[in-house]
Design a protein around this ligand. Structure first.
Ligand code: AMP
Length: 209
């Protein structure tokens, strides 16, 4: 059975031609590695570039779009399969269920929302799958810096930060996805959070008034 990759990316095209070119490169690599594409189902922006390239390379494309957006976003009529959902939440859930991994290309608010949703799923073990940031032209450098900062400051567990794959090369990205291992079980870090908090609480209580 083919593997499926869910691509989150901009409904815009970006200001530089490299974004489009790198979307094409990724799409070609996906088809070469027999991945089915799962994406948001639009025919605008980088979403369209990736879908059209997978189709023209002979690959299979599944779109997932909520009815709410079907009127606003432009529905891609030529993809292999389209699934309509009732809500945005259901869209993300269905995209997740259909996919074996997530790849995040340059994008805006919707793409960020989708990235953080799947990172949360992994962290809470709601569904644990590889997440890869396709760092085209260093587009995500500042976000990566923020994740490192949050980790250094104790708000993101180091193993959750380390579990995020980052590459600007599509072949490397897919090879890292193939060799990916999940972070350690949440039970361990939930227990650690509880004991850290209990210790802090005891220290505060023991402080001289
Ligand atoms: P964007 O990255 O904003 O260009 O959006 C890319 C895709 O994310 C589009 O298909 C949007 O419909 C979708 N999307 C998912 N969640 C959201 C959200 N909370 N706000 C905006 N767009 C969203």
């Amino acid at each position: 059975m083919n593997k499926s990759a869910c691509i989150f990316c901009g409904s815009a095209i970006g200001n530089r031609p490299q974004y489009r070119q790198k979307a094409i490169d990724l799409a070609i690599e996906l088809v070469r590695n027999n991945y089915t594409l799962v994406y948001g189902g639009s025919d605008i922006g980088l979403m369209r570039v990736i879908a059209d390239t997978v189709l023209s390379e002979g690959g299979y494309v599944k779109g997932v779009m909520p009815h709410l957006l079907a009127n606003r976003e432009i529905v891609h009529r030529e993809i292999s399969e389209m699934i309509f959902t009732d809500t945005m939440e259901e869209r993300k859930r269905v995209m997740g269920e259909l996919s074996d991994c997530f790849i995040v290309m340059p994008g805006g608010i919707g793409t960020l929302d989708e990235l953080f949703e799947v990172m949360t799923w992994n962290q809470l073990e709601i569904s644990v799958k590889p997440i890869a940031i396709y760092n085209v032209e260093g587009y995500w450098n500042d976000l990566i810096k923020q994740l490192d900062h949050a980790s250094a400051e104790g708000f993101i567990r180091q193993e959750h930060r380390d579990a995020i794959i980052i590459s600007e090369d599509p072949a490397e990205l897919l090879s890292k996805i193939a060799g990916w291992h999940p972070a350690s079980s949440p039970k361990e870090w939930v227990e650690k959070l509880k004991s850290d908090t209990a210790e802090l609480h005891t220290n505060l209580q023991n402080q001289p008034k």
